[in-house]
Write a protein that binds this ligand. Sequence first.
Ligand code: PGA
Length: 249
Amino acid sequence: MRRALVAANWKMNASVAAIDAFVRAWQQPSSDVDVVFCPPLGYLDRLGSAFAGDVHLGVQDVGVEAKGAFTGEHSAEMAADLGAAYCIVGHSERRAMHGEDDAVVAGKFRAALRAGLMPVLCVGETLAERRAGDAKETVLRQLDAVLNDSGAAPFADAAVAYEPVWAIGTGVTASPEQAAEMHATIRQRLAAEDADVATAVRIVYGGSVKAANALALFAQVDIDGGLVGGASLDPHEFAAICAAAGAGQ
Ligand code: PGA
């Protein structure tokens, strides 16, 4: 049985005051769910020490290399050193705004593994790709780039986040059926490489997840939790999403 995973992607939103207020209001909903907070890197320590609850820390990105002359970057090793256990890799905002192609994303996935972080590999099609009937092809291309680079075995200790680009921050959520179909496609692709890995890997959905739509998504057999942006900034809303993940398993 896969444990549910719900990760908060705070993107570039945080302050000491906001974190302290969030933690004061936070009530851990269930022990059956791995709850991960991914604040901007510099706030990891503040968040980690403020939480009394059983939460995990993660980062939103890592560099490919372990150290060196890469101004503005942080490595996976540094994230681990600061207490992170998870790492989002290949978020569509990184792909679109920072020019990260499939090869760079594969390198970052490898970097996360090297440092002992659990990668959360984001894949997802744009609206134009979905309208053109290319959604599965896009998602499988993004997945294959990492599979070809790292092999299937590491996915047993990784997660995949299906995040249709058209659903991120738009208020438009993929229907449970649309999401379930893509999750099954991803799991089948992994099963073609290694059946045990496909059974173990957690595939979470991201894109305008809210308390109101979470349970319908998480109740789908291949949806093992969520990657949550905007709604994760509200402690009550996010706790309700985490509770839905526990209930949906
Ligand atoms: P959203 O973001 O929940 O605000 O749509 C999800 C994400 O970008 O991971």
